[in-house]
Write a protein that binds this ligand. Structure first.
Ligand code: M6R
Length: 368
């Protein structure tokens, strides 16, 4: 049921506050973080000394954010790899390795084979999945279900934000198991997470402004996305949404890489979407990003800047400024992603594309 929307995807974008709220609600009870279908000894998580995250597409971008959160909160080293690469190599895994498989459908062929590859080497496997009883959670030792509800649009939106919430929950669960954070610190982080659904709802109000930007750039031949730190996976996700929905050339880069090649692509009027770090949370990165914006503006780029509200320093550098509420850095991708989803959906519609069923794509990739 599209409930008055022209496309399921537009409805699913609006459902993100509840997708995240439902995912959070079901994993925090009586002051403790809970996993689903835990078929492993609780001491196993305490002994984990390395984490591998395996996933494809959008779920891989959630994996890149898992690395930031888990390393920050637990000091356990985390590697993130596309399942299609991981499954055909010889990664270094053992009984103390936790492999986290992220998959909305729970049926993606490469991710499933990556799980089997990990199990063959005695690693513990935890699945983050949106589909109850799918094959990947069935073959895993523990599961953390996202509760985004069914996602009809082939391009993932609410399942991505629910996956981001899930990797943050997992980071806190590991910090709890290993004792790297005090219980009151974990409760404080969780409380910050629980405030996110309301902040996502506030962020959704940028819709009209983003659609106006979309009308201005819909006929561009390419769009670039720049981010740093947690903004980098968001840039990759923004570019993927645009490719899938608008069939436009789009690339996401870490802004620090600009001078190592991508700056050669900047030309007059090229739209460049910049995901700004917080001026208070990450002042150094914020300053670096201001220099990046100056460099690309000087070469004629049309900057579309996603920044924290009240970021006065960036305001004068941005051709278009899209403001999002202030939050903790690790949680900010839950907000910065939203305008990029709306941008891709709107450009795609202006180009006459079916945004629920993009050409050549399938919702669940069960063959290689
Ligand atoms: O079901 P999965 O999460 O395993 O699917 C992984 C990718 O195929 C999926 O995220 C794909 O990239 C989407 N079309 C993204 O919008």
């Amino acid at each position: 049921e599209k409930s008055g929307y022209d496309y399921f995807m537009l409805k699913e974008i609006q459902e993100q506050p509840s997708a995240v709220a439902d995912t959070l609600r079901s994993h925090f009870q009586n002051g403790r973080i809970t996993l689903d279908e835990q078929r492993l000894d609780p001491s196993t998580l305490r002994e984990v000394d390395k984490v591998f995250v395996v996933a494809c597409g959008t779920a891989y971008h959630a994996g890149l954010l898992a690395k930031q959160a888990i390393e920050h909160w637990t000091r356990i080293p985390v590697e993130v790899e596309m399942a299609s690469e991981f499954r055909y190599r010889d990664p270094v895994l053992d009984r103390q390795t936790l492999v986290v498989a992220i998959s909305q459908s729970g049926e993606t062929a490469d991710t499933l084979e990556a799980v089997r590859h990990a199990k063959d080497q005695k690693a513990t496997v935890l699945a983050i999945c949106n589909t109850n009883g799918a094959q990947i959670p069935r073959e895993s030792d523990a599961v953390l279900y996202t509760h985004a509800g069914p996602e009809i649009g082939v391009a993932s939106t609410k399942c991505f934000t629910a996956q981001v919430a899930a990797v943050l929950i997992l980071g806190l669960a590991l910090a709890e198991a290993r004792g790297t954070k005090y219980p009151d610190e974990i409760a404080a982080e969780y409380a910050a997470l629980q405030a996110m659904p309301d902040l996502i709802a506030t962020t959704l109000q940028v819709g009209e402004q983003v659609r106006a930007v979309a009308r201005e750039i819909a006929s561009a031949k390419a769009i670039l996305f720049l981010g740093r730190h947690v903004g980098y996976p968001v840039a990759l996700e923004g570019a993927l949404k645009l490719k899938e929905l608008a069939y436009m050339h789009a690339e996401g880069f870490p802004a620090g890489e600009l001078k190592h090649g991508p700056i050669a692509l900047i030309e007059q009027d090229l739209p460049v979407v910049v995901v700004m770090p917080s001026p208070t949370g990450r002042p150094l990165l914020h300053q670096k990003m201001l220099s990046n914006i100056a460099e690309i503006s000087a070469r004629g780029a049309r900057t579309i800047v996603i920044a924290e509200e009240g970021d006065e320093l960036v305001a004068k550098h941005a051709a278009h400024l899209i403001e999002i509420p202030r939050t903790r850095t690790l949680l900010s991708p839950l907000l910065t992603t939203i305008p990029l989803q709306i941008l891709a959906a709107e450009i795609a519609q202006l180009r006459g594309n079916d945004i629920d069923k993009p050409r050549n794509l399938a919702k669940s990739v069960t063959v290689e």
